[in-house]
Design a protein around this ligand. Sequence first.
Ligand code: NAG
Ligand code: NAG
Ligand code: NAG
Ligand code: NAG
Length: 225
Amino acid sequence: MKLILLMLSLLLAPVAVTACEGDCIVDITNEYLSRYQNVLLTTFQNLESRRENPIVYFAPVLTAYNLTAYNSLEKAIFPGYFHGKCQDANGVNPPGCPNPDCPKVCGTPGSMVHFYPTLIKIVFDETTSLLANLTAPGSKPYNHIQQTIMADVDKGQKKRMENLSRIMPLRSRAAIQGKSTHSIQQGLKKIMKELRPTMLETCGGSNLSFCSWEQPMKEFILQYP
Ligand SMILES: *[C@@H]1O[C@H](CO)[C@@H](O)[C@H](O)[C@H]1NC(C)=O
Ligand SMILES: *[C@@H]1O[C@H](CO)[C@@H](O)[C@H](O)[C@H]1NC(C)=O
Ligand SMILES: *[C@@H]1O[C@H](CO)[C@@H](O)[C@H](O)[C@H]1NC(C)=O
Ligand SMILES: *[C@@H]1O[C@H](CO)[C@@H](O)[C@H](O)[C@H]1NC(C)=O
């Protein structure tokens, strides 16, 4: 029975190479997202190793990233670069297509493997671009992180201030607090600017060797017809 179904599906399938559609698109996008989880955590850890628990501070970024990453990555790969079917509106393949090197990059699993270095660059660039947006000063996650850090610093400072308050006038106390608010804001902006370079380092430099997963990902992609 299984064999008959398989033969039927082969008969019904288009003769030419199939495009990456449906499950193929969803699964490949999810596979990269899942492989990037550890890269994100390592990047946050390396960014801010001076703080005791950077992951706690970066939680708002991860939450926002989890909500938006799928759509943004899928769009960047399909159809941002890989175009599913190569055919034009009349169902005609452009000359030289759907071979891997046809002028319009088709979305076949074969062409994704052929253009693999481009594919991993797209994934890296899209991920860092999304993170840059989510950590830009004024963005929601950024404000959330800043508030948390200020509250933590405030707690520590209040304790020290209690002792100081006996000998220090109120005005000087306000000045110290204002200064530290400013330096926290500057410091946080600086840290966020380091996000892309730190992630590039985590990924093994410009050839992205640690964020390539070349062998397993090529096998994964080629499981689709
Ligand atoms: C984001 O998603 C990953 C994978 O599904 C999960 O392990 C992680 O806990 C999520 N993080 C947040 C902050 O929601
Ligand atoms: C980041 O923001 C810019 C400007 O708003 C936008 O063009 C770009 O698509 C965003 N990138 C991602 C990955 O969301
Ligand atoms: C405040 O002063 C007390 C006693 O003078 C000292 O034990 C305590 O450690 C001080 N607290 C801080 C946060 O400096
Ligand atoms: C990637 O770059 C690193 C250092 O920049 C180098 O050591 C490594 O050999 C390169 N890997 C490949 C596959 O080119």
